[in-house]
Design a protein around this ligand. Structure first.
Ligand code: SAM
Length: 211
């Protein structure tokens, strides 16, 4: 996802500190205090411009949502969407999601969404894929016992890799869909990338996995 440099982004982020958490590492293990309730917490890694998380938060007002996005010039669009929707159950984090154990405590999270993550197709970049076993170690640590990982992608290579990685890790595959939009799922909230790729007629893959 490309975005132009936005010189006003820093100020915009500071102004919206009620939406974007400025000291997220200090909130580790205490996100329920940030939301002022004990509702389940779902996180999205690589939130992009925020369409998915805002749609999910609207549809599931009894859950809290945290979106992590590394690119400042992109997360500002997500902030604007949260503002426009006046969503109270969303917080955003502008950090590199390289080790989620620094942001979240053990068993703090109920669900992890990996939407259209970068596929890193070259073998030598395998360790960067968000479903490489070192990432699964992190997810296992922060997820509750019954927690789930929900992965959506248009990328067949990443999808197949992830299914193998989950299985080799001993995870249970609760759902595997090779064409998500073929099955009418009224609860599915489309991401920006999902809209773009499905408009081109590409199938969207979805998998739900548990430890
Ligand atoms: N999830 C969105 C969607 O489906 O429309 C965006 C998908 S886009 C291909 C991947 C996003 O992940 C980009 O916005 C990118 O900046 C973000 N990203 C990549 N690596 C990341 C990391 N290590 N930590 C946080 N965000 C990351």
């Amino acid at each position: 996802m490309r975005a132009r440099n936005k010189p006003w982004a820093d100020d915009f982020i500071k102004e919206n500190h009620d939406i974007i958490e400025l000291t997220p590492f200090e909130k580790k293990g205490k996100w329920n205090e940030v939301f002022h309730n004990d509702n389940p917490i779902h996180i999205e890694v690589g939130t992009g411009k925020g369409q998915f998380i805002v749609g999910m938060a609207e549809q599931n007002s009894d859950n809290n949502f945290i979106g992590i996005e590394i690119a400042k010039s992109i997360i500002v669009s997500a902030i604007q969407k949260v503002k426009d929707a006046n969503s109270k159950n969303i917080r955003l984090i502008n950090e590199n999601a390289e080790d989620l154990r620094e942001l979240f405590g053990e068993n703090e999270i109920d669900k992890i969404y990996l939407n259209f993550s970068d596929p890193w197709p070259k073998n030598r970049h395998e360790k960067r894929r968000l479903t490489f076993r070192s990432f699964l170690d992190q997810y296992k640590h922060i997820l509750k016992e019954d927690g789930e990982i929900v992965l959506k992608t248009d990328n067949k290579g990443l999808f197949e890799y992830s299914l193998v990685s989950f299985s080799e890790y001993g995870m249970v595959l609760k759902e595997v869909l090779l064409d998500l939009h073929e099955h009418a799922d009224p609860t599915n909230v489309m991401t920006e990338y999902e809209e773009k790729f499905s408009a081109k007629g590409q199938p969207i893959y979805r998998c739900i996995a548990k430890f």
